[in-house]
Design a protein around this ligand. Structure first.
Ligand code: PEP
Ligand code: MG
Length: 593
């Protein structure tokens, strides 16, 4: 990059979460509940402002009616009833007349007038000692954010498909993983957000969908406007506004180098993941959708090490039936047989929510009613999934694992339900794999401490390092403000991984890593040196991992691990990882821009 950026070019730096470079027109999505700025108007401007406000109400009414119509079609009128309440709030003459008077008398812009009035009504409703009225406060705020988005000309942000009409770069305060998962690859060239981090599920989805992304840009929604043209660099975490010809030339060269590296990596696709000194590694892929099996095959992965089933629930209008789930799991298992497919039972919660479930908002969602805790209480929902997985196991090499296991009681509780389901299927003579391996995610420090006990009661472990790091270091994995504290080479993390591997091996079990550490080529030699048997990563990263493994010596990886286990410095461990990875496969670390 040129040392002094020429005039006109501006660069914003954030956290690179999904590689790739794109250039295009920006669409800024509304920041829900952002304070509307106050602008004074002249008398002459007032009629147009009043008209703009009335027009925003009309557009909002059309959007609500459309959502109501779609929902009625899919789920019946009773589920769409909430929109009746919303339409009533939108058309409340008391509120709307007050806004009109405010614009007229105080000569202010419609956004400011509407937000001020709506918030006053919402606050007084929220303070009333009546549950029904308190709920209307939430309706009022919900409607207010829709009207404000329309006043800003930002459309209906809830459903990206409604506003992205042509290829663009999406800029938002935050995106839910469910929104990212629904992105149309042809319409979204890349995205940038104010908040977020590398291991948030939004970032994980972006990597798996190969959408270049930069997060944690803090103020990017205010820095950019819809219509700006920018270059997004998901490798170095940059947004460049008004890139100069020199910058575009440099990026063109980077893209050419990347294309020739991709070709080189493809040559390895059908070769085994084996080190120079003959150590065999199982290299698998993480998937979120039933139609991801092609991505697994073309990446050169040997199977699926983590099937995050929650996306089948999040982006589904209703809870998928046993038959629907069976079809999802069966299609992946059959497509990849005889390669293994590790299906993880539902891990809802944390930052993955189903928009229409009644899970109450929690103060600490990552420590809350999540994953196996949720499933052990929602037993019918859990049994439905267990039966669907068991039935799919007849079609291929299916293994199953439970997320967020903290102790033996949870494991025993889940296994008891599994046994009930097996009995049911046997009674109905429905086939399933009687020997289906059952394992657990190791992602809570308590599970590591009792790994010997858990290993005796399971067939395998999969280390969920995203959560293990978050819980061990007490660092929220989605919070960009403390992203620098989220430290995979912290000596504690190295020892936790080693402890888990030793416990698994002592019981004769295999152990994998399916957290994002497994997809980072710099950290892979350390994981292998610590004795990890399997790595599972987003399919687009698998080719470079295989390339690296085939150029690595396990003896050197073990030396690195021995050093890391004795070291008291995270920086020294990271430096050792960096040196070994770069020395072994310099080709996959192309020079930055
Ligand atoms: C993990 O925690 O490392 C993991 C793989 O699970 P998830 O990212 O879905 O929480
Ligand atoms: Mg996890």
């Amino acid at each position: 990059m040129s040392a002094v950026p020429p005039k006109g070019e501006r660069t914003f730096t954030g956290i690179a979460v999904s590689p790739g470079v794109c250039q295009g027109r920006v669409v800024v999505l509304g920041k829900i509940h952002a304070a509307a700025a106050r602008h004074s108007l002249t008398d002459a401007e007032l009629p147009a402002e009043i008209n703009r406000f009335k027009q925003a109400l009309v557009v909002t009414r059309q959007q609500l009616s459309e959502v109501q119509r779609r929902l009625t079609e899919k789920m019946g009128a009773e589920h769409a009833g909430i929109f009746e309440a919303h339409l009533l709030v939108l058309d409340d003459p008391e509120v709307n007349n007050e806004v009109l008077r405010f614009i007229q008398n105080d000569k202010v812009n419609a956004e400011f007038a509407y937000q001020t009035v709506a918030e006053r009504y919402a606050a007084s409703l929220a303070a009333v000692d009546d549950e029904y009225l308190r709920e209307r406060a939430a309706d009022m705020r919900d409607i207010a954010s829709r009207v404000l988005n329309n006043l800003h000309g930002r459309g209906d942000d809830g459903d990206l498909r409604n506003i992205l009409k042509e290829p663009c770069i999406v800029v938002a305060h935050d995106l839910a993983p469910s929104q990212t998962a629904q992105m149309d690859r042809d319409k979204v060239l890349g995205f940038a957000t104010d908040v977020g981090s590398r291991t948030s599920h939004t970032a994980i989805m972006a990597r798996s969908m190969k959408i270049p992304a930069v997060v944690g840009l803090k103020t990017i929604t205010s820095d950019l406007r819809t219509g700006d043209t920018v270059l997004l660099d998901g490798v170095n975490g940059l947004i460049i506004v008004n890139p100069t010809d020199q910058t575009l030339f440099e990026y063109g060269q980077l893209a050419r180098r990347q294309r020739s590296l991709d070709e080189k990596l493809r040559e390895n696709q059908n070769k085994p993941a084996i080190t120079l000194d003959g150590h065999r590694v199982t290299l698998s892929g993480n998937i979120e959708h039933a139609d991801d099996s092609e991505a697994i095959r073309s990446s050169g992965a040997e199977g699926v090490g983590l099937f995050r089933t929650e996306y089948l629930f999040i982006n589904h209008e209703s809870v998928p039936s046993e038959q629907e789930q069976f079809e999802f799991y069966h299609s992946v298992a059959a497509a990849l047989a005889p390669n293994p497919v590790v299906i993880r039972t539902l891990d809802l919660g944390g930052d993955k929510f189903k928009s229409d479930t009644n899970v109450p908002q929690e103060m600490n969602p990552f420590l809350g009613w999540r994953a196996i805790r949720f499933c052990l209480e929602e037993k019918d929902l859990f049994r439905t999934q267990l039966r669907a997985i068991l039935r799919a196991s007849a079609a291929g090499n299916v293994k199953m694992m439970y997320p967020m296991i903290s102790g033996l009681e949870e494991l025993a509780g889940a296994n008891a339900l599994l046994e009930e389901c097996k009995k049911e299927l046997r009674a109905k003579r429905i086939p399933f794999d009687e020997k289906m391996e059952v394992g657990i995610m190791v992602e809570i420090p308590a599970a590591v401490m009792i790994a010997d006990v858990l290993a005796r009661n399971t067939k395998f472990f999969s280390l969920g390092t995203n959560d293990l790091i978050q819980y061990s270091l007490a660092v929220d994995r989605t919070n960009e403000k403390i992203a620098h504290l989220y430290d995979p080479t912290h000596p504690a993390i190295v020892r936790l991984i080693k402890h888990t591997v030793d416990a698994a091996h002592a019981a004769g079990n295999w152990v994998g890593v399916c957290g994002e550490m497994a997809g980072d080529p710099v950290l892979v030699p350390l994981l292998l040196g610590l004795g990890v048997d399997e790595l599972s990563a987003a399919p687009p990263t698998v080719p470079q991992l295989k390339f690296l493994i085939r150029r690595l010596k396990i003896s050197e990886a073990r030396e690195l691990a021995a050093f890391a286990l004795k070291s008291d410095s995270s920086a020294d461990i990271m430096q050792g990882c960096f040196e070994l990875a770069h020395r072994s496969a310099p080709e996959i670390f192309p020079e930055g821009i």
